[in-house]
Write a protein that binds this ligand. Structure first.
Ligand SMILES: Cc1cc2nc3c(=O)[nH]c(=O)nc-3n(C[C@H](O)[C@H](O)[C@H](O)COP(=O)(O)O)c2cc1C
Length: 184
């Protein structure tokens, strides 16, 4: 039997009807049986403040442990005002501290973005790469998925269209290989 693997999933949108959540759910549904996907909930995390580094905040500890325990982190996110949403940046900051105990160092991280716009939220995705580079994470570089006109990739019932399922297949395949690789 193949080794069980765990992916921590961060969805950058807090919106109930989030299109990014729908794409994330589809990707999670395509994972092989040995890959478990667990969401890291970010909506209720207090805004990061460096003063908190000297105290214990239960919600901070919980997400840090969840991320630490994962073999990889998948971030699926919209773009807000040409960068990543504040809630996503907040969890990245929380998990980067205390300074010598960042969860991001050598962590495998993959990101995809989706937006109804023509640009697909690319700036948000590239800004995640920028932060992760600084934090010494191991980023999945290919394929880059910044899904433009993403509302057209959803059927009326919220399911992912067949065309986009085919498009996302390489991302799913490469993500599974990336999570299982020893040299990423
Ligand atoms: C505050 C705010 C800023 C936004 N800025 C951008 C943007 O810079 N680029 C973009 O493509 N879409 C932008 N949008 C539109 C989002 O892409 C759109 O609302 C999308 O559906 C959000 O993803 P979600 O459905 O997963 O929440 C913005 C939306 C909000 C609420």
């Amino acid at each position: 039997m193949s080794t069980p693997m765990k992916i921590a999933l961060i969805i950058g949108s807090l919106r109930k009807a989030s299109i990014n959540r729908k794409f994330a759910a589809y990707i999670a549904s395509q994972m092989p049986k040995n890959v478990m996907v667990e969401e890291v909930h970010i909506a209720d995390l207090p805004l990061y403040n460096q003063d908190y580094d000297d105290t214990t905040i239960d919600s901070y500890e919980h997400v840090r442990q969840q991320l630490k325990a994962a073999d990889a982190v998948l971030i699926v996110t919209p773009e807000h005002n040409r960068t990543m949403p504040a809630a996503l940046k907040n969890v990245i900051d929380i998990a980067s501290r205390p300074y010598k105990d960042s969860v991001w160092r050598d962590k495998k991280v993959a990101v995809m973005t989706a937006s109804p716009s023509n640009y697909g939220g690319i700036n948000s995705g590239l800004d995640v790469h920028k932060s992760m580079q600084m934090l010494s994470a191991k980023m999945m570089i290919h394929p880059e998925v910044y899904l433009s006109r993403a509302t057209e990739s959803l059927n009326d019932d919220g399911s992912v269209t067949e065309r986009t399922q085919q498009y996302l297949q390489k991302f799913v395949n490469d993500l599974v290989a990336f999570v299982g690789s020893n040299d990423a």
